[in-house]
Design a protein around this ligand. Sequence first.
Ligand code: SF4
Length: 136
Amino acid sequence: MFDHSKRKNFLVRCFTSLERLIKVGLFDCSMCGQCIVRSTGLVCPMRCPKQMRNGPCGGSVNGKCEVDTKKACVWVRGYERGNRLGSGMSKKLDWIQPAVDWRLWGTSAWLNVAQKITDINGHPMRKGEEGDSTKA
Ligand code: SF4
């Protein structure tokens, strides 16, 4: 008899690999499984050495990261790009982002949206978990 769970696992792995391939190239993605680049000026916040989802941390000086002073602060880049892109992007940068759910690390953010584990903004949707902070 054909095992459908194996086929499903295979499809999930294929989809996750495809997402990784695309997003590593575009955003230097770490596959956190709860993508918030739609609200961070299309700059991945997980590139921050402190992995801050709400930034900047207050340590950046002249737009540079305090951990690696050769790099631009991820959050300064996000604000600059968000302002350039317009269409409400800079407003979204003011959202308070929920903490990272480490259980989702390495999973497909796209599949997590499709399965209603997170919403399109990468915020948890499971009952009893942190709510949508964009409505605060
Ligand atoms: S927020 Fe997460 S899923 Fe989105 S690009 Fe960054 S690491 Fe990848």
